[in-house]
Design a protein around this ligand. Structure first.
Ligand code: NDP
Length: 488
C-alpha cells in the first residue's frame, strides 16, 4: 500500500524530514528552510496554560441512563422518561497539584461531569466531597494560594494551609473529610461525586424545589491510609489515571448511581442551617436520597490533549428543568469557570469537539481567536434582523424568584450560620469507625507537626479550639500527638 505523503500544516509535501537545508555539508542552516521553523515553532507552543486548580486529571466518555421517574420535580428532557440515555464525559482530578503531580496526594478530587443532552450541555462540576472549605467566593484565590507553593521557598507549606484554615472556622467540615482516609482515595473508580452546591429543579408546572446531587460509586468506597498513599506516590505518580484507563481497557466499566436530595422552599426557611451554605450538608434522615439514574464510563478518549486537556466545564451550564440557587460559591463559580476557559483555551473554546453540544448552536457571536467552525457563514451577525428565523424561545424561561432583603456584605445569614462544628462533629463521632477516627487523628498530627516555628503555637491553638468545639476527644488526641498542653 502506498504510504501517505508527509506534509506541512498547509499541505505542502516534505521532501526531507531529518536534515535541515545547509550551505555545504557543515552548514550554516538556511533561513529558507521553513519546514524546520514550522516544526520547531509548533513544538514550542504545544503547552497551553495548565488549569490553576485541578491541573492533574484524567477523563472518560460513557453514558447516563435514567432509571427512576423524577418528573414531579423536573421537566428536564433528559430526565423525562425512564430509559432515556445520553452520552457523558467525566474528568477526574486532584486540586492543588500541578500537571505532573502525584495522583495520591491528600486533596479533594474533582469529579466534573458533562451530559450531552438534546437541550444543550449540562455540566455538573462536582468534587468527591459534599462540602467545601469556604462559603464565599471572595476567599477562593486566597485559599488556593495556601494549597499551592510558598512564594519564597516554592515549596508546599503546611504553615500556610493551617494558618488559613485556623483563621476560617467554616473550613473545618471539609478539613475533617480531607484528613480522613477519604482525603486519599484508592482511585477515581472508588470515589463518590457530589454536585455539592444547592441547585434547583423546575417541573412542568414551573414549580421550583431545591436540590443536591449525589453520584455514588458502585465500585464501593476504597481509600488509602496516609502511609499507603505516600508509598504509592513513590511507586506510581499516575496511579489513579492508570487504574481508570486499565479498568476500561479490561472492559470493567465503572458505574455510579445518581441520586438527589430535595428541599421545598418552606423547608428551606425552617432548616436550622443556611441550605445554600456550601460548608453544610443536608442530613439524609431529613432529606432522603432519591434515585435518578446510572452513569457508566466505557471509553477512554483516543487523544488525551484533544478531549481531556481541552475539556471545559462550567456550573452555569444547566439545562431547562434545572436551575441555580443563592449559594454564594455557586454564584462565584458561574463567573469564574467561563472566565478561566476564555483565558486558557480562548474565546471559542466551546467549538472544541469535547465541549461542543450535540444540538445546533445558533447565535450572533462571531470571530475571535481560533474560530474554526463556519463562523455563521454569510448569515446575519446581528439581532433582531429581517432575514433569518432565529428567535428566543420563551417556553424555556425559568419561573421568577422573589427576593426581599437588604443589600450588604453578609457572612452570617441566620442564627446558626456560625455553627461550623456540629456537622464535622457528627462525621467524627457518628459516621467514622474507630479505625477511621484513629487514622484521621494520625493524619492531623502528621500534617500539623510540620507547621513552621514562627506563630506555630498560635496557629495550632486556634485549630485545636475548633476541633474541641466539634469533638473534645479529637482535640485532646491531636494535642497529645503534637505534644502540646492544650487548655481549651
Ligand atoms: P449518614 O449516616 O446518613 O451518612 C453519612 C455519609 O457520610 C454517607 O454519605 C457516607 O458516604 C459519608 N461518609 C462516610 N465517611 C466519610 C468521610 N470520612 N468523609 C466524608 N463522608 C463520609 O449521615 P448524615 O446525612 O446525618 O450526615 C452525617 C455526616 O456525614 C455529615 O455531617 C457529613 O459530615 C457526612 N456526610 C453527609 C452527607 C450528606 O449529604 N448528608 C454526604 C457525605 C458525608 P457513603 O455512604 O458513600 O459511604
Amino acid at each position: 500500500m502506498a504510504k501517505k505523503k508527509l506534509t506541512t500544516a498547509s499541505g505542502i509535501p516534505y521532501t526531507e524530514n531529518e536534515n535541515s537545508m545547509t550551505v555545504g555539508p557543515q552548514g550554516p542552516i538556511l533561513l529558507q528552510d521553513f519546514i524546520l521553523h514550522e516544526k520547531m515553532a509548533h513544538f514550542n507552543r504545544e503547552r497551553i496554560p495548565e488549569r490553576v486548580v485541578h491541573a492533574k486529571g484524567t477523563g472518560a466518555f460513557g453514558k447516563f441512563t435514567v432509571t427512576h421517574d423524577i418528573t414531579k420535580y423536573t421537566k428536564a428532557k433528559l430526565l423525562s422518561k425512564i430509559g432515556n440515555e445520553c452520552r457523558v464525559f467525566v474528568r477526574f482530578s486532584t486540586v492543588g497539584g500541578e500537571k505532573g503531580s502525584a495522583d495520591t496526594e491528600r486533596d479533594p478530587r474533582g469529579f466534573a461531569m458533562k451530559f450531552y443532552t438534546e437541550d444543550g450541555n449540562w455540566d455538573l462540576v462536582g468534587n468527591n466531597t459534599p462540602v467545601f472549605f469556604i462559603k464565599d467566593p471572595k476567599k477562593f484565590g486566597d485559599f488556593i494560594h495556601t494549597q499551592k507553593r510558598d512564594p519564597r521557598t516554592n515549596l508546599k507549606s503546611p504553615t500556610m494551609m493551617w494558618d488559613f484554615w485556623s483563621l476560617n472556622p467554616e473550613s473545618l467540615h471539609q478539613v475533617m473529610i480531607l484528613f480522613s482516609d477519604r482525603g486519599t482515595p484508592y482511585s477515581y473508580r472508588h470515589v463518590n461525586g457530589y454536585g455539592s452546591h444547592t441547585f434547583s429543579l423546575i417541573n412542568a408546572k414551573n414549580e421550583r424545589i431545591w436540590v443536591k446531587f449525589h453520584v455514588k460509586t458502585l465500585q464501593g468506597i476504597k481509600t488509602f491510609t496516609g502511609p499507603e498513599a505516600e508509598a504509592m506516590k513513590a511507586k506510581d505518580m499516575d496511579w489513579a489515571q492508570r487504574d481508570l484507563v486499565e479498568a476500561i481497557e479490561r472492559k470493567e466499566f465503572p458505574k455510579w448511581v445518581m441520586k438527589i436530595q430535595t428541599m421545598t422552599n418552606e423547608q428551606a426557611k425552617k432548616f436550622r442551617w443556611n441550605p445554600f451554605d456550601l460548608t453544610k450538608i443536608w442530613p439524609h434522615t431529613e432529606f432522603p436520597l432519591i434515585d435518578v439514574g446510572i452513569m457508566e464510563l466505557n471509553e477512554i478518549p483516543s487523544n488525551y490533549f484533544r478531549d481531556v486537556e481541552q475539556s471545559a466545564f462550567e456550573p452555569a451550564h444547566v439545562v431547562d428543568g434545572i436551575g441555580y440557587s443563592y449559594d454564594k460559591m455557586l454564584q462565584g463559580r458561574l463567573l469564574s469557570y467561563p472566565d478561566t476557559h476564555r483565558y486558557r483555551l480562548g474565546v471559542n473554546y466551546e467549538q472544541i469537539p469535547v465541549n461542543r453540544p450535540i444540538n445546533q448552536v445558533n447565535n450572533y457571536e462571531r470571530d475571535g481567536h481560533m474560530r474554526v467552525d463556519s463562523n455563521g457563514d454569510d448569515k446575519p451577525n446581528y439581532s433582531p434582523n429581517s432575514f433569518d428565523d432565529i428567535a428566543a424561545d420563551e417556553s424555556y424561561k425559568a419561573p421568577a424568584q422573589k427576593l426581599d432583603s437588604d443589600m450588604a456584605y453578609w457572612f452570617d445569614r441566620n442564627e446558626n450560620d456560625d455553627d461550623h462544628f456540629t456537622q464535622p462533629g457528627w462525621l467524627f463521632r457518628k459516621v467514622m469507625t474507630d479505625d477511621q477516627r484513629q487514622n484521621t487523628i494520625h493524619n492531623f498530627v502528621s500534617s500539623m507537626s510540620k507547621i513552621g516555628t514562627h506563630k506555630r503555637e498560635e496557629i495550632i491553638n486556634r485549630q485545636l479550639g475548633y476541633f474541641y468545639k466539634a469533638d473534645i476527644e479529637l482535640a485532646l488526641k491531636v494535642a497529645e500527638g503534637l505534644g502540646i498542653d492544650f487548655k481549651p
